[in-house]
Write a protein that binds this ligand. Structure first.
Ligand code: DQA
Length: 148
């Protein structure tokens, strides 16, 4: 089955604990479990990863060039700062969907700009942790593995 990397940036390890009024109560382990289950039903393998370090995320995107067919990425605050992640994604050929749990456009103006959006094939914003599942459905459709 095609592999989808689901990459998460800084502070998302605290999902479910930090600012639950913004990010909800689900943990990243819950997201991982739900994505794996949905992936199976869509015919996709998933590998969810999280790092607080920009270089680690760049390395995972490089790894995806040989190993993965698509990327779902929530870069956290690196969304708004990282040209390095944009450059790495530009070197990846498959579909890329950008996810933000919160509606960044309702928040501070520094969250309104995303470097990653310059590369993303689709963007899911403000749908809570359900956004990851919506992203997987879109990936399945783009890869032609499902009528999703
Ligand atoms: C976030 C939004 C970012 O602005 C923030 O820095 C995050 C999470 C989101 O999922 O809503 O860490 O990417």
């Amino acid at each position: 089955m095609p592999l989808v990397l689901i990459l998460n940036g800084p502070n998302l390890n605290l999902l479910g604990q930090r600012q639950p009024e913004i990010y909800g109560r689900e943990t990243l382990a819950d997201v991982d479990r739900d994505c794996a289950a949905l992936g199976q039903s869509l015919g996709l393998d998933t590998s969810l990863r999280q790092s607080n370090h920009e270089g680690q995320i760049v390395d995972w995107i490089h790894e995806a060039r040989d190993r993965a067919q698509a990327i779902v990425i929530n870069p956290g605050a690196l969304t708004h700062t990282s040209v390095a992640i944009l450059d790495a994604l530009n070197a990846f050929e498959g579909p890329v969907i950008e996810v933000h749990i919160s509606n960044v456009h309702k928040r501070e103006s520094f969250r309104h700009h995303s470097y990653v959006s310059l590369r993303a094939d689709g963007i899911i914003v403000g749908c809570g942790t359900q956004g990851y599942q919506l992203a997987l459905r879109r990936i399945a459709a783009l890869l032609g593995y499902s009528a999703a």
